[in-house]
Ligand binder design. Structure first.
Ligand code: HEC
Ligand code: HEC
Length: 505
């Protein structure tokens, strides 16, 4: 887009704000002095007002997957050696060919029938620990793509959190984690939010730790046990056919003479996992191309969808950018939107089997935070379903429509979209979800909610969806492009415990 075009956009910005927008027929004709504007000029103006460039990478240094540390991180990410019972790896729930997630509503980590079967079809073993017919992990796995752009919080409830909120990805900030009290820095958190987060999946019995691996009761003892395993001091791994982790760490940390005690530490494991994940930058989407001047990069429907997205409900829009703001599409704040609560929950709620999930309240203990979850970013969102903190929605249209009228959406919620084994766990879905919706109603009455019901036509909903679809980086659909984040035969498998995804992945 030319500079002249940009300044024209600024001068007409006010007119666009006043104009009706978004609807078929209403977006191109209006009575507020903007009648001469083309659709492209309107979108450009709205982007300008909202400070949107389409490129979240501006001003950041991003690691590359060619960095040795990121490549070590990839080896670790794919290895079941970090799973206590050797049956679960990070990639079990965050595969690059599954949008950086697992394409399941609720994740299945340890005790899968087939540990290397990822995505739909992955099921929990019936003889598993506390097996009740459904997944034991209570929340949906978010994508690891683009997490480098989160500067304030990770996890649905933000329990890994930058206290300074001053730097990209929390780099160099004091970081709070589940190992420290709310608001208190974890001195071992590491260099950035991604490294801090990478300390925790291994400690979760349902995700990776398992139920038989004995490693003391503290998270520190567990991590020490994993270090010992990778160093070859653990019986099981000593018996394994091979253990070449020392040379992998020597390469990853560019220290060819380094010794295991210095190199194979959990801090280094987390650091490498963070480098690998932070290299998963997938932001080259049509919306970015469009804002860079290629007016044909997105359809007219997507352009109208953009206008709806960035226009408040009171002005005829859908009001999405009130929370999904900026080029990373999130304010990193917590909001109650009342998405259906399915699965086994986080032990919250007064009714057996305590299958509710209070979200951010679990961390802050502030009443207003009950049922609040972090606004997720929307890059590649068409590829990261199922959606919502519990993966209750299996279509993008349904999760978008939920925002337009949450109570109505839940009244019409179709349980059959859930896999049978998730349905079996939804005893209290009405009770639990209605509590969240009642909380939303109360916050709205008190003027504390940013979620406003919007009455959109079906055409407008399809325009919003066209816009969201324009946020997908084509790399995601291109195996050759994604291959750099999947270890091929040329990348050493230090212990023979690499997940080699079965089937079509
Ligand atoms: C059993 C499936 C499973 C495994 C294995 C797993 N994760 Fe996750 N991951 C999840 C789920 C579920 C969440 C959301 C949890 C929450 O917010 O409470 C999550 C959250 C995350 C997040 C936060 C993303 C965000 O948007 O805030 C990152 C980063 C992440 N995982 C990385 C990893 C790494 C690194 C490993 C290995 C050390 C790993 N995961 C292993 C399921 C899994
Ligand atoms: C009040 C703040 C707010 C507004 C306004 C808002 N959202 Fe959201 N959105 C959220 C939160 C919070 C979540 C996560 C809720 C959960 O996980 O339970 C979410 C989730 C989503 C998801 C699912 C993402 C995922 O990875 O699971 C999509 C898609 C989405 N929003 C699109 C939209 C669209 C389109 C609009 C405008 C119609 C919109 N949002 C308006 C706060 C908001």
């Amino acid at each position: 887009m030319s500079e002249g075009f940009r300044s024209a956009a600024v001068s007409i910005a006010a007119a666009v704000l006043l104009s009706a927008c978004g609807g078929e027929g209403s977006s191109d004709d209006n009575r507020n002095g903007a009648e001469s504007l083309t659709l492209d000029q309107k979108v450009s103006a709205v982007a300008k007002i909202n400070g949107i460039t389409g490129d979240p990478t501006t001003g950041r240094t991003l690691p590359s997957i060619t960095d040795p540390k990121a490549r070590l991180g990839m080896q670790l990410f794919f290895s079941k050696a970090l799973g206590g019972d050797l049956d679960s790896a990070c990639v079990s729930c965050h595969h690059p060919l599954l949008g950086g997630g697992d394409n399941l509503s609720l994740s299945i980590g340890v005790e899968a029938v087939l540990p290397d079967l990822l995505g739909p079809g992955r099921e929990h073993r019936m003889d598993g620990h506390e097996y009740d017919g459904g997944p034991t992990v209570p929340r949906n796995a978010p994508s690891t793509f683009n997490i480098v752009f989160y500067d304030e919080v990770l996890f649905h409830d933000g329990r890994v959190e930058s206290l300074g909120k001053a730097n990209p990805n929390g780099e160099g900030d004091a970081i709070r984690t589940p190992d420290s009290a709310f608001g208190v820095a974890d001195v071992n958190a590491g260099a950035n939010l991604s490294a801090a987060q990478a300390r925790f999946p291994v400690t979760s019995p349902e995700e990776m730790r398992g139920h038989t691996f004995q490693a003391g009761t503290t998270t520190a003892a567990l991590r020490t046990a994993l270090e010992e395993r990778l160093k070859g001091e653990d019986m099981e791994m000593a018996l394994a056919a091979m253990n070449d982790w020392l040379s992998a760490f020597q390469t990853g940390f560019a220290d060819p003479m380094g010794v295991a005690d210095d190199l194979i530490t959990y801090d280094h494991i987390a650091d490498a996992l963070a480098a690998y994940q932070n290299s998963q930058v997938l932001v080259d989407n049509p919306w970015k191309d469009y804002l860079a001047g290629d007016t044909k990069a997105i359809s007219d429907d997507a352009k109208r969808g953009a206008l709806l997205f960035y226009t408040p409900v009171a002005k005829g829009g859908a009001g999405c950018s009130g929370c999904h703001s900026g080029d990373f599409f999130t304010d990193e704040q917590f909001h109650v939107v009342g998405m259906p609560q399915v699965g086994r929950g986080k032990g919250d709620g007064v009714v057996e089997p305590h299958d509710n999930d209070y979200g951010r309240f679990r961390e802050t203990k502030e009443d207003d935070d009950k049922f609040a979850f972090r606004t997720p970013h929307l890059l590649n969102v068409a590829k990261t379903g199922p959606w919502g903190h519990a993966g209750a929605y299996t279509s993008l249209e349904a999760v978008v429509r939920h925002h337009l009228n949450p109570q109505l959406a839940f009244d019409n919620y179709d349980l059959s979209q859930l896999a049978p084994f998730v349905q079996t766990q939804t005893d209290n879905i009405v009770l639990n979800t209605q509590q969240a919706l009642d909380q939303l109603a109360a916050l709205r009455l008190a003027g504390k909610s940013k979620l406003v019901n919007a009455d959109l036509t079906d055409v407008q909903v399809s325009q919003l969806l066209a816009f969201l679809n324009a946020l997908t980086d084509p790399c995601l659909d291109d195996r050759d492009c994604m291959a750099k984040w999947i270890p091929g035969d040329d990348v050493p498998d230090p212990d023979g415990l690499r997940v080699k995804a079965l089937g079509t992945l």
